[in-house]
Design a protein around this ligand. Sequence first.
Ligand code: PEP
Length: 240
Amino acid sequence: MENKLIVANHKMNMTASEINEFLKELGKINNKNVVICPTSIYIPYFLKKKFQVGIQNTFIHEKGAYTGEVSPMQAKSLGVNYTILGHSERRMYLEESDTFINKKVLEALNYDLKPIICIGETLEERNMLKTDKILKRQVINALRDVAKIEEVIIAYEPIWAIGTGVVPTNKEIKATISYIKTIINGLYPNNKVKVLYGGSVTEKNIKELNKIKEVDGYLVGGASLKPQAFLNIIEVVDSQ
Ligand code: PEP
């Protein structure tokens, strides 16, 4: 079985001095299946360690007059290997569309930056039994014209599970991840795309979640900000 990926999404958290404290603990990680995605200005603090580094967003062009944006070319030139794209918070607060996300995916792949593409349904969509339809649309649109499918990672993050402490049952996660893999297989037969689960993963529920063999790893938000909790999550995933 392939190793599971554990991705930390720090979002817009911590000050520079808190990052230094954080790294005293996290600097110990010796595991290339761990990807830490700090707030982008802190990325240099995280480089040249024994884990991998990702960025929380990248743009659709390589350079130019795009104030505030960071390109995949720039991220890659620094030693960053992953980019989180299509996170629900960006879809929601910045109105990122499927088409825009697809452009970001293609630009990232041009520079061998592995996109971690987030997909997921809202609570309302779930209650209206639209989950499959939404996920299918998000996957198909995000992967349009993708040639290097082996570089792509999908993270299934039900929006109602992000930061809420509410987690789907193992049975639900297994069914949804299998469904996502069926969609990807329809587009790219025999692919090895990793499909992660994200949404309120903690040191308390990781043992149970990690029983689902269809899940190829985790995207961890809140719990990745607490060094010991994150180290415990890594330990459980590594040891099971
Ligand atoms: C996320 O937003 O990517 C996430 C997984 O957050 P949390 O773990 O806090 O639910």
